[in-house]
Write a protein that binds this ligand. Structure first.
Ligand code: IDP
Ligand code: MG
Length: 136
């Protein structure tokens, strides 16, 4: 059994898409082991996105992810990491198939409404950032 970290980014919360997105994960059958509404400070955002620190869009990415409340979810299920990534769609919503979260709900690369861990190792690292006291 795997557990993965999902973020509903500030655009998802602003656009009142929380229940739409969370409902998809409930209906798919994941077990919710953590759920928080929070706003990131820059240091935590930079830690989360450390792998992108040298990319030209890093500043914008940190500005955006700190721009308002986000929802952090810890989702447990068989193959949770890959299954969530499949449900999210491609990084660029314009490449995302209809039926995926980005393919149904987003149009902008920088405002693509959701984050999901890209590997079991990333999930462990990221879950520790958002759920330092552990999971239910
Ligand atoms: P992922 O979210 O699908 O895992 P990553 O490559 O890890 O995609 O990129 C992290 C986030 O950075 C993306 O979700 C997207 O919002 C943003 N991003 C990626 N590439 C670009 C870009 O070229 N310009 C602006 N933002 C980007
Ligand atoms: Mg990524």
């Amino acid at each position: 059994m795997e557990t993965t970290l999902v973020l509903l980014k500030p655009d998802a919360v602003r656009r009142q898409l929380m229940s739409e997105i969370i409902g998809r994960f409930e209906r798919r059958g994941f077990t919710f082991r953590g759920m928080r509404l929070l706003q990131l400070d820059r240091a935590t955002a930079e830690k989360h996105y450390a792998e992108h620190a040298e990319r030209p869009f890093f500043g914008e990415l940190v500005d955006f992810i700190t721009s308002g409340p986000i929802v952090a979810l810890a989702l447990e299920g068989n193959g949770a990491v890959a299954t969530v990534r499949d449900m999210m769609g491609k990084t660029n919503p314009l490449d995302s198939a209809p039926g995926t979260i980005r393919g149904d709900l987003a149009l902008e690369l920088a405002e693509n409404i959701i984050h999901g861990s890209d590997s079991v190792e990333s999930a462990e690292r990221e879950l520790a950032i958002y759920f330092p006291d552990g999971l239910l």
